[in-house]
Design a protein around this ligand. Structure first.
Ligand code: ATP
Ligand code: MG
Length: 501
């Protein structure tokens, strides 16, 4: 009997113009949480898609519990005990939570083709109970928050009896509370003898959760080590192949005139009486727990949702923002947190996505000029270090983090004067994060006012001049860069500052 529940050796995967994985290797023990880390495009998801039978490999071998296997299909992988939670969700939006969890495996009323709904709901409920997650299992997935959709994906993986569970950035969208529940669950699964492969760009999680860690770089295996024997600096060095001087390259600029102000902004059921201003030369953070109303505020400013009260002022003058087109015309841009449904058009190329929101800039006469589009896109590919074989690659084929960079390129190209970033570095690797922060510095230097919505406190504390904290639809407080601490922000975010006062 092998000591490993899974051995992957010499894995190679080629795509036209891309060597996605070149000598990938991973050995997983039962009873371990094995973290897989590496920069965007390093080949992590590709390795896992091969394991899950979603794609085939060109070379290499896989053994499960010591037995060589040739994984034929996702269904076959599932039979072999492999369960995978994809980085980008795979849910049917119009179906209920329960239907999604048991999709294709719904319990039937005996001797009939009819779905046994009572049992379906009961069994789904039991899985969520085990996960410690409260959710209405009958509601459609389209009505779920991003965080809830993530939990549905995890429940789906748990509903089949897996020996190996792969989680590809499961935490990217979870609140601290949900994350704690997830970690507790992962530890339970580990105690039951399940091997867990955990992919994350948040190094803190690797130290909190992982037993061993494997690093990939440029499609290649770099090293596997016990987590207790590596430091954060070691990991970063293995991932990026060099030392990083600073994770938060904050630059301070003189605060200029007011760009955007919102007064008493209210949308029933989402947020109330939200007032703040945004000046040239500053990055303002908007933080709080998931569900506090941050994204809703951003959508309202961007004209994506109607407001029930209050007003928006640009350069001191009240403006009506009736639609996102309106917002873009007036110089307001929003980088959404949900890049798959709102930020990117996946079947279109990197070039088309980049120029989409500002086509007039690349028009010659009445036609869009391909060569200008290409030149613009090429410059962003260089500036943001987007890993793609060319401007013509479809966005779908980029790694998750590189898709995020394309969304960023699109908004940089609109030349907005107010840019709202909603979780801009989610799923982005440490090196690329620093690049995004540097870009924010550049934007601010050019006079753009930046509002950054983020759940990652170190990032908010590291990059923002002022921090607004939301709690249950209201601004619970504002902290300056100098006075803000992790504890201070959390007190406001959880509403305990009010109780103490
Ligand atoms: N279907 C595809 N066609 C062409 N290239 C692809 C395809 N899928 C992945 N790639 C490329 O393979 C490389 C590895 O991608 P992969 O998704 O495995 O990276 P990753 O390590 O998961 O990155 P991230 O942290 O950004 O999710 C990338 O350069 C990506 O663009
Ligand atoms: Mg990935």
């Amino acid at each position: 009997m092998s000591e490993y529940v899974l051995e992957m050796q010499g894995i190679v995967k080629r795509y036209p113009g891309v060597l996605a994985v070149n000598g990938g290797r991973l050995e997983l023990r039962p009873n371990e949480v094995h973290c897989l880390v590496g920069e965007n495009g390093a080949g992590k998801s590709t390795m896992m898609k091969i394991l899950a039978g979603a794609i085939s490999m060109d070379e290499g071998s896989i053994a499960i519990s010591g037995e060589p296997v040739a994984i034929q299909s996702p269904h076959h992988a599932q039979q072999l005990g492999v369960s995978m939670i994809y980085q980008e969700f795979n849910l049917c939006a119009h179906m209920s939570v329960a239907e999604n969890v048991f999709l294709g495996r719904e319990p039937r009323i005996p001797r009939t083709p009819l779905v046994d709904w009572r049992r379906l709901y009961r069994e789904t409920q039991a899985i969520f109970d085990r996960m410690g997650v409260q959710i209405d299992v009958r509601k459609p997935v389209s009505a779920c928050s991003v965080a809830q959709q993530q939990m549905v994906e995890i429940a789906k993986a748990l509903s089949v009896n897996a020996r190996i569970i792969v989680m590809d950035e499961p935490s990217a969208t979870l609140t601290d509370h949900e994350l704690e529940a997830l970690f507790a669950l992962i530890r339970d699964l580990r105690a039951e003898g399940i091997g867990i492969i955990y992919i994350s760009h948040r190094l803190d999680e690797i130290f909190a959760l992982g037993d061993r860690v494997t690093v990939m770089r440029d499609g290649e295996y770099v090293i596997t080590q016990p987590v207790s024997e590596v430091t954060r600096e070691d990991l970063i060095r293995h991932m990026v192949g060099r030392e990083l001087t600073s994770e938060y390259p904050k630059e301070e600029f003189a605060r200029g005139p007011e760009r955007l102000r919102v007064e008493g902004l209210t949308r029933k059921g989402a947020f109330r009486d939200v007032s703040f201003s945004l000046h040239e030369g500053e990055i303002v953070g908007l933080t709080g727990l998931v569900g506090a109303g941050r994204t809703e505020v951003a959508r309202a400013i961007f004209g994506a949702d109607r407001i029930d009260g209050g007003q928006i002022l640009l350069e001191g003058a009240p403006v009506l923002v009736r639609s996102p087109q309106d917002a873009i015309r007036q110089g307001i841009g929003l980088l959404t947190e949900d890049r798959k449904s709102q930020g990117l058009i996946l079947p279109m190329s990197v070039r088309e996505n980049t120029t989409l929101a500002n086509l007039q800039e690349v028009v010659r006469g009445i036609f869009v000029s391909r060569s200008r589009e290409r030149a613009v896109t090429d410059s962003y590919i260089r500036e943001l270090q987007i890993r793609t074989p060319s401007t013509e690659q479809t966005a779908q084929n980029l790694s998750g983090g590189n898709q995020q960079k394309v969304v960023l390129a699109k908004w940089l190209f609109t030349q907005s004067r107010v840019l709202i970033f909603d979780e801009p570095t989610r799923g982005v690797d440490v090196g690329a994060k620093v690049e995004i922060y540097r870009l924010m510095n550049d934007l601010v230097r050019k006079g753009v006012a930046v509002l950054m919505i983020s759940s990652e406190l170190p990032e908010v504390l590291g990059m923002c001049d002022r921090i607004l904290v939301m709690h249950e639809g209201r601004i619970a407080g504002e902290l300056s860069r100098a006075e803000a601490t992790q504890e201070g922000v959390m007190r406001l975010a959880t509403g305990s500052a009010v109780a103490a006062a």
